[in-house]
Design a protein around this ligand. Sequence first.
Ligand code: FE2
Length: 312
Amino acid sequence: MNEHNFLYEVRCQSELSSPAALESWVRENKERFVSKLEETGAILFTGLSVKNAKDFDHFVSMFDFKVFTYKQSLSNAVRINKTDKVFTANEAPKEVEIYLHHELAQTPAYPKYIFFLCASASKVGGETPICRSDHLYSKIMAQDPALIKKFEDFGVIYNSIMPNGNELHSGQGRSWQTTLGARTKAAAEKKIKGLGYSCEWVDKDYLAVTTRVFQATKMLTGGDKSFFNQVLAASLGWKNKSSLGLPPVTFGNGDRLREDSINSMFDAARSLTLLRKWSDGDILVIDNHRVMHGRKPFSGNKPREVLVSLTA
Ligand SMILES: [Fe+2]
């Protein structure tokens, strides 16, 4: 294992093609997989006969983790549920890059493990880049300790705009109605207040939301720290909260991040990123506390279908 190639790969044999054989194999080896996941942050299963949402739901269930549903999450991405616990990764258009992030680190509740099934790999691009965020924390600390100190002293605040109705052209297009589970503007405001956030109605009944302060780093079991946040994805990918003139992320004291800091963190993350081509049937499991993920743009006539299941 090195900083880039931390992925633990399990190549599965053809005798696991029946659901019963697969289930007993997973149950027998589950503890080993979970301890590998704690150690490396990511496991890739290849050669399994898990082909669709139903098979995948069954596979995830074998691990007995607590389900973390999309419906109850404050995810800002538009996703389509395929089963109760399996949904599409993000309906954002293929040319949109989703930059490295920890899933839902900009919200009070985030998953521990993320399961991805590549049901259909695109011909070109479409990789799910992954990056050890504990390594990124150390790298930023070595380059700019004052920056890490500022993140740890003040935390971060996120500014976003929730559309009025889902918008499929954006990576953050989930409407305020579905994100907040609210039918009326009054119900949305009540939910926002309950979260300790603030909000403002802007043009076309879109809702501009400012979160409370969230920690930007996380202490992991074993004593390492990860750069646990959405700073890169928000700074590089989220649309600016232009009507109010606020950037997508600031320090918790309101200070803006400097552009050269964002660029140097991005370069550090890129130098640690593992970019592996998907094959149909691959299953990737990551520890969301330790590993960041993203999505590369894709093209070609073969559809990309990556399904996701989150667990607590
Ligand atoms: Fe994500």
